[in-house]
Ligand binder design. Structure first.
Ligand SMILES: Cc1cc2nc3c(=O)[nH]c(=O)nc-3n(C[C@H](O)[C@H](O)[C@H](O)COP(=O)(O)OP(=O)(O)OC[C@H]3O[C@@H](n4cnc5c(N)ncnc54)[C@H](O)[C@@H]3O)c2cc1C
Ligand code: SF4
Length: 324
């Protein structure tokens, strides 16, 4: 049975109130999660995965749902992004590829960025997880090993399967964060942290406010290609986004998702092309990106297949931005 476990739900009405609540829980050593649309957190809670005593909802804080070419608030609903004429078309397209329309009506940008990592050893019922004596990500005090990379319980390699991150990266987004110690900002590609448990650089009590984009973002042509089992609503098994300002090779950006614990910007592979980018460079760049990726066996499709599909998705995405 998947009954929702009890927790205390809090509804701050301002960013300051949310930070104060977080500071109080931290001072009292009480555990809490943020919730936005709840389309990821609440299913995990129903499966009794890492349930916290308190949940702080961001839904009643006004001003967090901005949608414009240069700024998207953390509480902007993905459904609204797909139909907006004010966002970059790449964001609208990537958002339209997330789950189903029912899920997108509640799902938010912030929740998509901060999505928990997934692994078929943990996204299971509580009884199933107990039957294998848990795993490192939720060891229930048993000190269990990781089931994917055995004989160790220091690293979780669960897969990040958010759709929007690579598009935010290739559009050179900046993420804005706030918490009890004040605000800070960093490039989206520096936000993620290579561990399936910590996931990102958010410190305790911090949450995402918004993502902003450079002045010239509207000049960028973008493309996102997604591999999934069923077109109807599945999480990505691999995803590649690319963008550039036509005619300017130095503006080329390529990023991937759903292959490792973090989405990745492939700047090293792009820089290796030198100062040019044309149709002839696509096979070399796609191959280099594929080689840089190391998927593990913890999602629906085999890692070798997902890795080989990176080359295909990269080729398709790069061809599209070249108008080929
Ligand atoms: C059937 C189904 C299919 C799905 N398919 C896809 C898919 O194809 N692609 C995809 O990308 N996702 C998919 N999802 C996952 C999810 O629906 C989306 O990623 C969604 O965007 C999450 O947003 P949310 O607001 O509902 O997040 P929530 O569930 O509210 O939160 C998700 C996580 O982010 C944290 N969080 C939320 N907002 C903030 C914030 N502002 N600051 C800090 N932390 C925050 C929460 O604490 C939680 O850990 C699917 C979900 C379901 C149920
Ligand atoms: S990668 Fe390992 S530790 Fe992480 S959820 Fe999967 S089995 Fe558990």
């Amino acid at each position: 049975m998947m009954l929702m476990p009890p927790f205390n739900l809090h509804h701050p009405k301002t960013v300051e109130e949310a930070c104060e609540l977080a500071a109080t829980f931290l001072a009292n050593k009480e555990s809490f999660d943020w919730v936005a649309g709840g389309t990821d957190l609440l299913p995990n809670y129903k499966w009794h995965i890492n349930v916290k005593t308190h949940v702080i909802s961001l839904a009643n804080i006004p001003g967090l749902d901005t949608i414009s070419m240069h700024e998207i608030g953390a509480m902007a609903r993905l459904g609204a992004l797909t139909t907006s004429e004010n966002v970059h078309p790449l964001i609208a397209f990537a958002a339209s590829k997330v789950a189903s329309s029912l899920v997108r009506n509640n799902a938010t940008l912030g929740g998509n960025i901060c999505l928990d990592t997934r692994c078929f050893w943990i996204n299971q019922s509580e009884d199933w997880r107990r039957s294998i004596d848990w795993c490192h990500k939720e060891d229930c005090g048993t000190g269990s090993d990781c089931r994917v990379i055995p004989n160790q319980n220091t690293l979780c390699v669960a897969t990040y399967q958010g759709d929007l991150a690579p598009s935010l990266m290739v559009l050179e987004g900046t993420i804005h964060i706030i918490g009890p110690n004040g605000p800070r900002s960093l490039p989206v590609d520096e936000f993620f942290q290579l561990d399936g448990i910590t996931r990102n650089v958010l410190q305790e009590g911090e949450f995402v406010l918004k993502v902003t984009f450079p002045e010239d973002v509207a000049n960028r042509t973008g493309s996102y290609k997604k591999l999934r089992v069923r077109e109807s609503w599945d999480f990505p098994e691999a995803g590649v986004a690319s963008s550039w300002i036509s005619g300017d090779p130095s503006s080329l950006r390529v990023a991937s998702t759903a292959l490792e614990s973090i989405p990745r910007l492939h700047q090293e592979e792009v820089d290796a092309l030198g100062t040019s980018f044309s149709k002839e460079h696509i096979p070399q760049l796609s191959e280099a990106i594929m080689k840089s990726i190391k998927p593990v066996n913890n999602t629906a499709l085999p890692p070798r297949y997902r890795k080989s599909m990176v080359r295909v998705l990269a080729k398709r995405s790069l061809r599209e931005i070249l108008g080929d």
